[in-house]
Design a protein around this ligand. Sequence first.
Ligand SMILES: *Cc1c(COP(=O)(O)O)cnc(C)c1O
Ligand SMILES: [Zn+2]
Length: 431
Amino acid sequence: MKGIVNTWLECVHCGKQYDLEQVRYNCECGGILDVKRDLSKIDGKKLKQLWESRWGMKRGPLSSGVWRYKELILDVAEEYIVTRQEGNTRLYPAGKAAEYAGIRNFLLKHEGENPTGSFKDRGMTCGATAAKIYDATSVACASTGNTSASMASYAAISGMKSIIFIPEGKIAYGKLAQALAFGGITLQIKGNFDDGMELVQEVCAKLNIYLLNSINPFRIEGQKAIGYEILQQLDWEVPDWFVIPGGNLGNNSALSKGLQELYELGIISKIPRIAVIQAEGSNPLARMWKNKTGYVPLKNPDTIATAIKIGNPVSWEKAMRGLEWCNGVVEDVTEQEIMDAKAMVDAAGIGAEPASCCSVAGAKKLVDMGIISPDAKVVGILTGNILKDPDAVVGYHKDTLRDMGIKGVYANKPHVIEPTLEAVKAAISGK
Ligand SMILES: *Cc1c(COP(=O)(O)O)cnc(C)c1O
Ligand SMILES: [Zn+2]
C-alpha cells in the first residue's frame, strides 16, 4: 500500500486481520479495527534516538508533533502527508488548578493549542493522509464540533470536499464557525450525535466518501502522539497518572495503545495509570465500569461539555482494553464540578473548553476519593481551546447558567459602571 510495510488492520473483537489495500472501518463481525505492526521488527533504542534527533526541526512534515513519531503513526512517504505542523503543544504547571485538585506535581498538556484548537488535529492529520493514500476526494464525519472544525481545515488544505453532520441544538459557536469558515458542507440533522454517527456511516458506505470519525483507525494512530510528545517533553520519565476526558472514547484508547507500544519496545519501563473522566449526564463507560455490567448505550446524553455529549461511544471496547492494560479507572463528574474546575483552569491563566476540564474535575475527585495520591506525578490532558465555547464561559461568569443547574461559584462578573474615576476606584477595590 503506497510503500507502507509491516502494517495491517486487526479486529479488536475477534482478531481477524485485513491488509491495507481496501478501505475498511469495521470487521466482518462488526468489531472496530486497530492499526497493527510487528513491533519485533522495530529497534526501540534506535527509534527513540531518531525521535530525539527530530526534536526542534524547523520545517517540513517531520517538524509536526505527530509525524515526528511517524514510525509508530503511519510510516508513509512524506509526499502523502497532509499536515499543519500540528502538535508541539505546551505542557504547563497547573498552578491554581493544581492547588484546586490537591496535587503538588500536576501538569496540563494543552491540546487546545493545536492548529484548529483541539487534539482532533492529531488524529485528523493522519486520517486526512490516509484519505489521500486511498485517493479519496470527499471526506465526512459526524461531530459535536471539534472533529468537523478539524476535518474541514485538513480537507481545505489538501483539496478535498468535506461533509459534516452536526446534531441539532447546542453546538459550541466557535466550532460551528470554523466548520463554516473552512468551507465544510454542514448538515445539521434533526437528531443527536449518536444519530449522526449512524447516518454518516451509511452515507460513506453508499456514496463512496471517506469516513473520518474516530472509528477510523488511522485517526487513533495520530492521536497516540499526545502521549509520545508528553513523554518526550518529560525526557521519557513516565508520570504516575494521565487524566483524560472521555466522549466517543477514541482519545483515551489512543493514549493507552501508544503507551503500550512504547512499553513493548522498551522505550518506557513503567506503565502509567489512566483515568478516563466522563460527564455524569453522558457516562456510559463510567456506568459500565462501576456497575461491572456489559456495555449499555445511554439514550439521551446531556452535558454542558458538548464535546463529550455522547451516549453510544464507538471506541468503548478499545477503551476497556486499554484501561485493563494500565490498571486504569473511570470516573464521572457533575456539571458543577466541570465548570468549577474550568473556572480554575481559566483563572490559572491557561484556559480550556468545558469538556477539557473534566481532567481537572476528575483529578480532584480521585484525590478526594484517595485513588490518586497528592504526591503522585499527574498529567491532565486539556483537549480543547477556551475560545471554542465562549457562551459557556460568559454564562458561568455572569451566573446565567442556573437553569442548567450550574452556579457561578467562582464567577468573575463584569461590572457596569458610570464613566467616572470614583466608579472605577470602587470597582477595582472590590466595593
Ligand atoms: C472530541 C473531544 C473530546 C472527547 O474525545 P473522545 O476521543 O471522543 O473521547 C473531549 N474534549 C474535546 C474538547 C473534544 O473535542
Ligand atoms: Zn472481528
